[in-house]
Design a protein around this ligand. Structure first.
Ligand SMILES: [Zn+2]
Length: 251
């Protein structure tokens, strides 16, 4: 680490749980963020600012006027641009030491398997059930930790699914891929602006914990944030022995 880096990350170095060793781990780490909407644009800046060496960000969407109410890395000038290109510009300006790979595409299985194999932590910042299931399946098969977050109206959820750990549930243990339910979107239901900031920041915190290796993450717990009451609660979640994705008996 050079003098500039020692200074830049000095407030993390002061933390016993992170220290020089933790910062050095972050500098050599690679995080994949799937989705550059509200959650992605909240969590990505904290990862870049913390010195994560490489951030790969995937989203096929373009910046829309209605995104600006909560997707705070974008500005009026970005309307009509690819979100990932605007995100890359923002993050590289924030920390030139972080390399940002931008993919303006919708995540498909072949792409995910190839990219997830190269990263240390995957962050699910998507807004749809099918992509979440696909990301989870790829993470389970490659044994990569997955930081999950979701936000709608005034309610947020978050967890960590870490298939390296015997007891960790996966996303499909919680929400079966067979379940048929109506997709609810922010465009129809509305979303409270700072909610994505809160959940996205928790996702960034969990990702940093996984990369450095300190404290305890949300493995085995589902966190719930009620933004109308400023109330946090959490429920225990366990592995589903008949889960179609992570059970050893799956067919
Ligand atoms: Zn499972």
């Amino acid at each position: 680490m050079n003098d500039q880096e020692l200074l830049r990350y000095s407030r993390h170095i002061l933390l016993e749980d992170i220290d020089i060793e933790g910062v050095s781990k972050l500098l050599h780490s690679h995080v994949l963020i799937i989705g550059a909407g509200g959650l992605g644009s909240a969590c990505a800046p904290y990862l870049a600012a913390s010195g994560v060496g490489t951030i790969t960000i995937v989203d096929d969407d373009i910046v829309d006027f209605t995104n600006l109410q909560r997707q705070v890395i974008y500005s009026s000038q970005n309307i009509g641009s690819n979100k990932v290109d605007a995100a890359k510009t923002f993050l590289e300006r924030l920390n030139p030491g972080t390399k940002v790979n931008a993919y303006a595409l919708r995540a498909n299985e072949a792409f995910l398997l190839e990219i997830i194999d190269q990263v240390d932590v995957v962050i699910d910042c998507t807004d749809n059930f099918n992509t979440r299931q696909l990301v989870n399946r790829s993470c389970v098969s490659l044994k990569k930790p997955l930081v999950f977050g979701a936000a709608l109206q005034f309610d947020g959820q978050f967890s960590v699914f870490d298939s390296r750990l015997e007891q960790s549930p996966c996303y499909a243990c919680l929400f079966s891929p067979d379940e048929v339910f109506e997709e609810v979107l922010c465009s129809q239901m509305g979303i409270f602006s700072p909610l994505v900031g809160i959940i996205g920041s928790i996702q960034a915190a969990n990702a940093l914990q996984l990369l450095v290796g300190f404290g305890s993450t949300m493995v085995g717990k589902l966190g719930l944030w009620d933004a109308k009451r400023s109330e946090f609660s959490q429920i225990k979640i366990s592995r589903n022995p008949t889960c179609k994705v992570c059970s050893p008996n799956r067919n």
